[in-house]
Design a protein around this ligand. Structure first.
Ligand SMILES: [Zn+2]
Length: 294
């Protein structure tokens, strides 16, 4: 409650006009100070002498503004089982083709530029006496120079690698999946082996690696804990290869950890995956969404 105004304290007219003058002067001083200080507080470009900021400039200067969400982009889908055509499945889109438990290649998807790996790798590592890849193993020519460089540099670092598996046709995948169902049962095979058309090996750009003098990498607890597996895990991206199914990312990659399975995506994309600290599937999904017709 405020007390009622006391008429005895009402100022005389002269005092009132003096107070009005002081108030006016103070207001003018405050306005001058505000104008004098504003450019420094608000930045030179936004000073009163310059043109008013455009809407774009104003938006760029707004620090708290979140980027507008892409209206068309859908989040990474859950790892459901399906048989939908893979996004970006043209032969020339090998780096971007997204394969998982839901998306697959057709039975007729077959690269036409496959190169025999025993010869190609023997050229890169001449002293390995043919122990680099078994006869019949092939990879697309787009990925071969990178694999040769990776093998040559590994060899120079004292790291002895070999290819366990490379291109697999649709028909081969049918036989492989049936084999793992036989060994592990359907539910385990579903999680660890790809159903026909769902394997990156059909792209002709994926390889399974192992230590040259060791067993198949999947017979070990963790091939990435061996000197060979650790070297590849640390360096593969420099050659354009990514580990498709990293540890602890099964919910995102849709497959159990496979420290031996590498897919060639080119150096630029491999570096992006390395920097993103995401699974290749998450990165490829985002790129497919950006590429998708609205
Ligand atoms: Zn593999």
């Amino acid at each position: 409650m405020s007390p009622a105004p006391d008429p005895a304290h009402e100022p005389a007219p002269a005092a009132r006009s003096r107070r009005l003058l002081v108030t006016t002067l103070l207001a003018a001083l405050a306005a001058w100070l505000a104008l004098a200080l504003w450019p420094r507080a608000g930045g030179e470009a936004a000073g009163p002498a310059g043109p008013p900021p455009s809407e774009e400039q104003a938006a760029a200067a707004e620090p708290a503004a979140a980027p507008a969400p892409e209206p068309a982009a859908r989040p990474l889908p859950a790892c459901v089982y399906g048989d939908e055509p893979a996004p970006r499945a043209a032969l020339d889109d090998w780096a971007y083709t997204l394969l998982d438990t839901r998306f697959r290649l057709g039975a007729d998807y077959a690269p036409t530029d496959l190169v025999s790996l025993p010869e190609a790798l023997a050229a890169a590592v001449p002293d390995a006496d043919g122990a680099l890849a078994a006869a019949g193993h092939e990879l697309r020519s787009v990925a071969v120079p990178a694999l040769q460089a990776l093998f040559a540099d590994a060899e120079a670092a004292g790291v002895r690698l070999a290819v366990q598996s490379a291109y697999r046709s649709y028909a081969y995948q049918e036989r492989t999946f049936a084999y793992w169902v036989e060994v592990d049962g359907y539910d385990v095979a579903l999680r660890t082996s790809a159903r026909p058309g769902h394997s990156e090996h059909q792209l002709g750009t994926a390889v399974d690696l192992r230590s040259r003098f060791g067993p198949p990498a999947w017979d070990l607890d963790d091939w990435a804990a061996t000197p060979e597996g650790a070297w590849v895990a640390a360096n593969a991206w420099r050659y354009g290869f990514v580990m498709s199914y990293p540890r602890g990312a099964e919910h995102e990659s849709c497959y159990a950890y496979e420290p031996w399975h590498y897919r060639y995506v080119g150096r630029e994309l491999a570096a992006a995956v390395q920097g993103a600290n995401e699974t290749p599937r998450a990165v490829l999904w985002r790129l497919a969404e950006e590429h998708r017709e609205p």
